[in-house]
Design a protein. Structure first.
Length: 145
């Protein structure tokens, strides 16, 4: 039985990648300006990128259970960050959309995080930035399943 060097490299890469993305995510969360939670921000981003949708559709998109999304949407609505309207064809349903206040909050949050990350990237060498650019494309591909 031989040693699976390539399999070992993949396992180490997966472990290192998980650690790095978890740590980066944690660092970026500490750069948060508002008191809005990460699941709430994620829901707002989904609504911004995909447009209005039903709460069930948003729960499915975010890969959470509907009761969890109901709580998130309740908090967002009470903060004025989303608008809820009746579904045009199904009276039992609602449609949620990001409000102008929600868009403004996302812009502030995004610019704060991106400023910090931009400063870190500017400190890298040209080769490191090129590698990071390629890695970012791969990360987008991996995360968009």
């Amino acid at each position: 039985m031989g040693i699976n060097v390539e399999g070992d490299r993949v396992a180490v890469l997966a472990r290192d990648f998980t650690r790095a993305t978890t740590r980066l995510s944690r660092i970026l969360r500490t750069r948060q300006v508002s008191s809005v939670s990460l699941p709430q921000i994620s829901a707002l981003v989904a609504l911004l990128m995909n447009g209005p949708m039903t709460p069930g559709g948003l729960a499915n998109y975010e890969r959470v259970k509907p009761p969890s999304m109901t709580r998130v949407l309740g908090l967002l609505e009470s903060s004025g960050l989303i608008d809820r309207t009746k579904h045009p064809t199904d009276g039992r349903q609602a449609i949620v959309a990001i409000s102008s206040q929600g868009k403004a909050l996302l812009l502030t949050e995004q610019s704060t995080r991106e400023k910090w990350l931009r400063e870190k990237i500017e400190g890298l060498t040209s080769d490191q930035r090129n590698t990071l650019c390629a890695a970012a494309s791969i990360m987008i591909e991996i995360s968009s399943e």
